[in-house]
Ligand binder design. Structure first.
Ligand SMILES: Cc1ncc(COP(=O)(O)O)c(C=O)c1O
Length: 476
């Protein structure tokens, strides 16, 4: 066992409803599970850690007792507390068989109800195998391929997007990208730097992309009709050069940008000489009727339409497309040539094969049915506990509940191995509270198990809003 103490980076939230000892145990458990604390590592003494965190020593002792009871740590009289040696065996495979630590075996694996993972079944694997055969039969190019993408793929994307989204375009208006954030980054590179307006709450990867490229982000609120275009009109910022929107299915609230706001958005972006970036990430999965036409139909001079294979096939492919005027595609391609920013040939070729043989369209049809059924189930089970707006599309929905109930449910679910995102994590300057329930990337059984846990936690959280708020150190 180690003689030196491994430092623990812990953050306790005194305003949270979860007792401090449980918070401490949760964080230490996570550090052990992710190997940030190695097997055999020595934990700080309860006295030292209590002093460092400014809590009673009993709080740390209670957390250590809990971890010891679960088998994560071992206490040695006079020597201290150590990460259990047996944990070493958890992730290691020997001769193909997984050796399990009994303490870990009892707990269910972490199930993430995230909004980004799509449903995948054997059809995906079969389609992938066929596509890969087509790739293997081809000769890879011996030079850098066209930075705008393989001509055959650009053609296949043009017909896919016009069939599914009514965006009528020619292959020279299509550019292949490595996904949505990459598309946004290519577009921003073309503009004189300034500010980009984004939905708030909104897509975090878009915000991160803009900020990392040195752009300022202007938050525009969202309501039941999507982006509040009047708020954009009122914004005093004169340097907004791009507006990033998810009109078909606002991420994460799920609203649809109304027809009036669509025309108002185009008018306002023209007035500002700004480009609209339309992220159309999951509109193919509309359950009932065809989605509203894409904004891009109003004109590819004003709009860059951004699509992705992450929802239909898998995010692991890292491939998507942007569609805009042919002149803009040429400009972007020129910059990409200078940087050797060419999408990988085998992945492009595989997507082309999957689009050409109709595999992607078949997947969209099956997934749409799966998502419609699952969204109905989630709504039936959870709507007695909070407000759920009628979901229209995609693989997630939002349950509106108070911030204190969110904290309670998130913490309770985490103890059962279920990670559920909070809407507040998608907000920058607005404040909305609720849970984002993703139901795509899991089996039906896992979804039912998650719903059992959430239902129980929600029932249990019903009274937390009426309880006394936790004491804070500040006197009113
Ligand atoms: C709003 C939104 N847009 C796009 C994507 C897909 O991004 P990418 O194409 O980079 O995988 C996601 C994934 O979760 C998303 O939530």
């Amino acid at each position: 066992m180690s003689r030196t103490t491994t430092p623990l980076v812990l953050r306790l939230d005194r305003t949270a409803r979860l007792p401090l000892a449980l918070q401490l145990a949760d964080q230490a458990r996570r550090a052990i599970r992710t190997a940030a604390l190695a097997p055999g590592a020595r934990l700080p003494s309860s006295r030292a850690l209590a002093a460092e965190l400014g809590v009673a020593r009993g709080v740390v002792e209670q957390a250590y007792d809990q971890l010891a009871a679960e088998g994560w740590v071992e206490s040695r009289r006079g020597a201290g507390t150590f990460v259990a040696r047996a944990i070493r065996h958890t992730p290691a495979r020997s001769s193909g068989a997984l050796r399990r630590d009994p303490a870990v075996e009892q707990r269910p694996p972490v199930l993430r109800l995230d909004s980004g993972s799509p449903w995948v079944d054997r059809r995906h694997h079969q389609g992938w195998t066929r596509a890969w055969r087509a790739v293997a039969a081809d000769q890879p190019p011996m030079h850098y391929p066209d930075p705008a993408g393989l001509p055959g793929l650009r053609e296949a994307v043009a017909s896919h997007v016009s069939a599914h989204r009514g965006v009528v375009c020619t292959p020279d208006q299509v550019m292949i990208t490595s996904g949505t954030a990459h598309a946004l980054s290519l577009v921003l590179n073309e503009l004189t730097p300034g500010a980009v307006a984004v939905e708030d709450p909104g897509y975090r990867a878009a915000v991160a992309t803009a900020l990392q490229q040195g752009w300022e982000v202007v938050d525009i609120p969202v309501d039941e009709e999507g982006l509040d275009v009047d708020a954009l009109v009122r914004s005093p910022r004169s340097d907004i050069k791009a507006v990033y929107v998810t009109p078909a299915h606002q991420h994460p609230l799920g609203s649809v940008l109304s027809a009036t706001r669509r025309t108002a958005l185009i008018a306002e972006s023209r007035r500002r000489d700004a480009l609209v970036v339309e992220d159309d990430y999951d509109s193919e999965f509309r359950y009932d009727v065809a989605p509203l036409p894409a904004l891009a139909q109003l004109g590819l001079d004003d709009v860059v339409y951004v699509g992705t294979a992450s929802k239909t096939i898998t995010p692991g492919l890292r491939i998507g497309w942007l569609i805009t005027s042919a002149a803009r595609v040429l400009d972007i391609a020129e910059r990409r040539t200078a940087r050797h920013d060419h999408p990988s040939w085998p992945v492009q070729r595989a997507l082309q094969a999957m689009l050409e043989e109709g595999h992607v369209s078949r997947l969209v049809r099956s997934a749409r049915r799966v998502y419609a059924d699952r969204s109905r189930l989630v709504r039936e089970r959870l709507s007695p506990h909070g407000r759920i707006a009628q979901p229209v599309a995609g693989m997630y929905l939002v349950l509106d509940i108070s911030p204190r109930r969110v904290d309670h449910v998130v913490a309770t679910a985490a103890r059962e191995g279920i990670e559920v995102p909070s809407v507040a994590d998608y907000c920058r300057t607005t404040s909305r509270s609720g849970l984002l329930i993703g139901f795509g990337g899991m089996s039906d059984d896992d979804l039912r198990r998650a719903l059992d846990v959430l239902e129980a936690a929600l029932r249990d959280s019903a009274g937390v809003d009426d309880e006394e708020p936790p004491k804070s150190g500040v006197l009113a």
